[in-house]
Write a protein that binds this ligand. Structure first.
Ligand code: C2E
Ligand code: MG
Ligand code: MG
Ligand code: MG
Length: 289
């Protein structure tokens, strides 16, 4: 049957693959214009302490409002930007914009910014960070750079050198999507991370009976504690997941259970709630009039 269908199926795939490639080329061209034409903006998702439900910081996430197609997910356009050699440009814009927007927010609030492996591999990256901090007058210890395990695939001792240069600037480092990539534990020994972000794939559904996720989260937490790192559980959506995360000892949570990513104005407003705390389900403790 497969053989009979073969011909039709084949030409169908050819067609859709062709469309995909063309689609990609169009998006790439549009992406070149997006920065110049102000189509990118940042949204901010709260990172919440499990101890007191205080918002310790926000993760900056880039958004692209395409003039014709509407909003395009970073999961779609970041890989295109990587391949088209546009990621360093976009990444620098994200860093500068996040630092300057957040510099006027309350002093204790941190800002986490995603750094792509390509940016990290650029020897000029530390200077870009120093410059973004100086221009915005944001204190270095309020900036946290989120890096994924894939940076450990960069050859040579460049990676070690980059880590020490970034640490000497005084920024914080966080290991994003932990457990999904090239998970060798040996790099945890030398890389100076302040925080491990436990990937959503372990967090979501962790509270269901009969899953191994809880055991995995528990062991990541104990590893992080032994290495004096914070842990943040990404992607918690339900009360059950939140309760479990607290029980397992994660120090922080980031997920829809507290809030989706917010535009800057909403993020600042949230910080003016009582004690800068937030309650699950996005229902904030607002001051009584
Ligand atoms: P990430 O850095 O792991 O960011 C977390 C993603 O999970 C965000 O998706 C966030 O909106 C989503 N998320 C958080 N909590 C929940 C939840 O409870 N449920 C669900 N379903 N999703 C949740 P987003 O904004 O679409 O970003 C996707 C990825 O794109 C990011 O993953 C990151 O790898 C990349 N990205 C986003 N902004 C940037 C950027 O400025 N630079 C670079 N290099 N990459 C970026
Ligand atoms: Mg991230
Ligand atoms: Mg992540
Ligand atoms: Mg991710």
């Amino acid at each position: 049957a497969a053989k009979e269908a073969g011909r039709g199926v084949h030409s169908f795939y050819d067609k859709s693959m062709h469309a995909d490639a063309e689609d990609r080329r169009n998006l790439e061209m549009d992406l070149r214009k997006a920065l110049a034409e102000n189509q990118l903006h940042l949204v901010y998702q709260p990172q919440v302490s499990t101890v007191d439900e205080e918002i310790s910081g926000y993760e900056a996430l880039v958004r692209w409002e395409h003039p014709v197609r509407g909003s395009i997910s970073p999961a779609t356009f970041i890989p295109i930007a990587e391949e088209a050699g546009l990621i360093s440009h976009i990444g620098e814009w994200v860093l500068r914009t996040a630092c300057s927007e957040v510099s006027s927010w309350p002093q204790n609030v941190k800002i986490a910014v995603n750094v792509s492996p390509t940016q990290f591999a650029n020897p000029g990256f530390p200077s870009i960070v120093v410059n973004a901090l100086a221009t915005s007058r944001l204190a270095a210890n309020r900036l946290e750079l989120e890096i994924t395990e894939s940076v450990f695939l960069i050859e040579g001792d460049e990676t070690d050198r980059m880590f020490s240069r970034l640490k000497s600037i005084g920024v914080r480092l966080s290991l994003d999507d932990f457990g999904t990539g090239y998970s060798s534990l040996s790099y945890l020994k030398k890389a100076p991370f302040d925080k491990i972000k436990i990937d959503q794939s372990f967090v979501r559904g962790a509270a269901m009976p009969d899953t191994r996720n809880a055991a995995i989260i528990k062991s990541i937490v104990s590893l992080a504690e032994a290495l004096d790192m914070e842990t943040i559980a990404e992607g918690a959506e339900t009360h059950d997941e939140l309760d479990l995360i607290k029980t397992l000892g994660c120090s922080h949570v980031q997920g829809y259970i507290y809030s989706k990513p917010l535009v800057a104005k909403e993020a600042v407003a949230l910080l003016h709630n009582e004690f800068g705390t937030i309650t699950p389900s996005g229902m904030n403790k607002t001051r009584m009039p």
